[in-house]
Structures are given as C-alpha cells and as structure tokens.
Design a binder for this molecule. Sequence first.
Ligand SMILES: NC(=O)c1ccc[n+]([C@@H]2O[C@H](COP(=O)([O-])OP(=O)(O)OC[C@H]3O[C@@H](n4cnc5c(N)ncnc54)[C@H](OP(=O)(O)O)[C@@H]3O)[C@@H](O)[C@H]2O)c1
Length: 243
Amino acid sequence: MKTILILGASSDIAKAAALRFAQEKFNVILAGRDIQNLKIEAKDLSIRHSVEVKAAEFDALKFKSHSAFYSALKISPDVVLCAVGILGDQTRSEENFDHAKLIIDTNYTGCVSILNIIAEDFKNKKSGTIIGISSVAGDRGRQSNYTYGSAKAAFSSYLSGLRNRLYKSGVHVITVKPGFVRTRMTEGMKLPGLLTADPSQAAGDIYRAWKKGKNEIYTRWFWKYIMRIIIHIPEGIFKKLNL
Ligand SMILES: NC(=O)c1ccc[n+]([C@@H]2O[C@H](COP(=O)([O-])OP(=O)(O)OC[C@H]3O[C@@H](n4cnc5c(N)ncnc54)[C@H](OP(=O)(O)O)[C@@H]3O)[C@@H](O)[C@H]2O)c1
C-alpha cells in the first residue's frame, strides 16, 4: 500500500485530496499546525476508508524543526503533497515588511526547506512523487496580490528545477496551479461562479495528475487558457489595467 504525506493538511484542498487518496487506498499522514484537529480527522478518515491515517505536527515556518519532523515519520512516503500557503494582505505587505516576509516564507521558503529534505530522501531511494500547490497568481504579477504571486512564482520555478534535477533519479515532481477554489483562503471574496472550483474538483485533478504522471496542471483545466491570454497581454497595456 502506498503512503501520501500531506503538508498543510488542514487546508480545504488538502482535506479533499486526503479523502480522494484514501478512497484510492493510500495510507495517509496528515501534517500541520493544528495537531488536535488533525488527530480527529485522521481517526475519521481511517475508520471510513479502512486505511492507516496518522497525524503529525508540522509548521512550515519552523525551518530548523523540518529535518527532525521528517525523520520522526519513520516511513518514507511514496507521494508528498505540499498545500501550505497564505494569501495575506497585499496592502499590508506593502507597508509592513514583516507581513511581506510572512507571505514569502509561508508560500516559498518554508516549502523549499521541507521539500529539499524530502527530495534528498526520494533521490536516494530513486522513487517518489512531490506535488506542490502553487497558483495561477505566480504566472504574472498583478497589483492586487503580487507579494503572494511573487512567492508562488518562485515556488513554481523551484518545482520546475526540482523536476528537471530529479528526473534521472526516477523522482517525479508535479506543479499544481489552481485558479479560484472555494476554501477558507477565499472565504468572503466575490468569486466568479463559473470559474470557481470546489476543493473536491481540485483534489480530483491532483489525483489524476499523479495517476497520469503529469508535470504541471491547472485546476480547473480552463485556467491554462485564461493564463495564456493574461501572460500575452503586452506590458504597456497590462500596467494600465486594474487587476
Ligand atoms: N483557494 C484558492 O483559490 C487557491 C488558489 C490558488 C492556489 N491556492 C493554494 O492552494 C493551497 C491550499 O490552500 P486552500 O485554498 O486550501 O486554503 P486554506 O484552507 O487556507 O489552506 C492553507 C493551508 O496552509 C496551512 N499553513 C499556513 N501557514 C502554515 C505554516 N506556517 N505551517 C504549516 N501550515 C501552514 C494552513 O494551516 P493552518 O490551518 O494551521 O492555518 C492550511 O492548512 C495553498 O498553497 C494556496 O496558496 C489556493
């Protein structure tokens, strides 16, 4: 039986992914900050799907703890899904560098810290898949969320380089770029209904991407075409838009 380690397991997308992988008979390790809740969810998931589910405490910002966290798992997972992220407040990040740093460290530095450790393990055993949740926001900087977007751009670039480096070692890396998804992160925002996915749709796309060995996916699929248009708007026009 395969095991998936989910980092940022209390995320709505991650919860839906945990359910999907458990339905496909994966054992699951739920890792995140809220260990009490994760333990309850682990028990529930395990009973409902007859798979082994464990909870482990993980904070992406406690870089120095990452090595001990991973060693303490005792087993090396087959798949890792990194769903850690915060949107933060763009205006606040412009005025207060500590807030900008929190956004960058949560979405990028913390993920690099733990995934470097996991990548080394996967490289040594010559197998495994690393799935990183980045964002369409990383495809082009916009005034409304460019601190978050720039951290996601860095994360997409990191995942691309990691995929390139580990290919010859038999390790696969998947970049997931969600558009709008109805989760705690987007709660209270006015989202365009037709363009907005449910976490279960994103989770289905993630599972299929793993199954088919995809390199990069947009979820939902149509975001690939939306972003292609956005990327190709000439900078002279783009800078005048209110995006
Ligand atoms: N929703 C969207 O429209 C959308 C679009 C594009 C990309 N994404 C990306 O999708 C991923 C999942 O987000 P979501 O939409 O499911 O939102 P969410 O429910 O708010 O999930 C965010 C997750 O990140 C975790 N996290 C934050 N800081 C952390 C830290 N220091 N250490 C460990 N975990 C930490 C949160 O844990 P706590 O419960 O402990 O806070 C939570 O599990 C994120 O990477 C997000 O950027 C979402």
